[in-house]
Design a protein around this ligand. Sequence first.
Ligand SMILES: *Cc1c(COP(=O)(O)O)cnc(C)c1O
Ligand SMILES: [Zn+2]
Length: 405
Amino acid sequence: MGKYSYLLHLQCPKCQKTYSAETEQHLCKCGSPLLAKYDLELLKSELERDELKNRPENLWRYHELLPVKEKSNVVSMGEGYSPLLKTPSLGRKIGVDELYIKDEGLVPTGSFKARGAAVGVSKAKELGIKQLAMPTNGNAGAAWSLYAARAGMESYILMPVDAPVVTRKETAISGAHLYLVNGLISDAGKIVASLVQEHGFYDASTLKEPYRIEGKKTMGYEIAEQFNWEVPDVILYPTGGGVGIIGIYKALKELQELGWIKEEKLPRLVAVQAENCAPIVKAWEEGKSESEFWENSTTIAFGINVPKAIGDFLVLEAMYKTDGCGVTVSEEEIQKAQKLTAEHEGLFICPEGAAVVSAAKDLKEKGWIKDGEKVVCLNTGQGIKYADSIEVDVPVLEPGSKLTI
Ligand SMILES: *Cc1c(COP(=O)(O)O)cnc(C)c1O
Ligand SMILES: [Zn+2]
């Protein structure tokens, strides 16, 4: 019997300094986020890839590659192993022959944020944390507050007033201490920082605790496993804080090191952002290794309204190292792609997911995606959560009317 987790320690990707994973850790002294390192050498000799086959269909099937050391600390609602759907009708419409959507709308709390919350809250529980605090654009707050409730932990959540109302309600009903901020997630972040300093709460801000990314990386494992360990050519990801894309890149590299995926070449990773909030795409276009704060950002794809991401350099590294790229999408294109996806595939995807579908169309038209390439679009959440942003014009009939069509 192998160990439940092969976690070794945390390491800074900037200055390489290592930190113990037995105690609470946040950023490196140099200001960089920390990444979890596993004993892949040992795991390779103790676990066969095919042993996964008989495990439950949730992200804990990869528990050896997750940071929770005792199974009893796992806080789960069955998250993960979301369907990877073939979408041929939409594919034909946008010119991409081999198009897939990985549908994270089916994950608990209605977005893929539950992956990060499940692993982050479980690890926080293992570390003895009782109270956590975080800024959020909505979905992360909903996920973390609900998982915290399940773990018996208190949460302090700060979100912008104009974050989707459903996420506000999800957070509130969890019993969290919820505050709205008249501003952006970056403004909420500053208030959280002072709260953390004053009260010693666990800072669960994006990449300021090292385990959310470990939950999100499981999307990468799943994509590989669902394709029977033959990775696709392109993966497109709606990029806000960028944790998901950094996580997928980390996961694929771990799989390479384990020898579980054969390909030398990793999928090209595409960061998709909204035209009015595209700091990372801009940095990529300019060949830079870090982004600059994006002033007056706005988009209906609220989850990707992040003017400056603390892990931007890691996102850019993932893009450069995989020969990926950055794409921006207009608000109008997002709404069009959302409708198109529902009409062609019956999938009511979120605006962030729709941004990615639109980007795939764009990249195919430009020839960046080639004929016959396997393309995966991440739909990061449920369209239902953003119902208010969909305008519909429906005829209303009086009782007894005769309907002529
Ligand atoms: C948070 C969020 C994103 C962005 O995720 P990152 O991993 O932080 O880049 C995308 N889509 C939705 C629906 C989100 O909630
Ligand atoms: Zn460092």
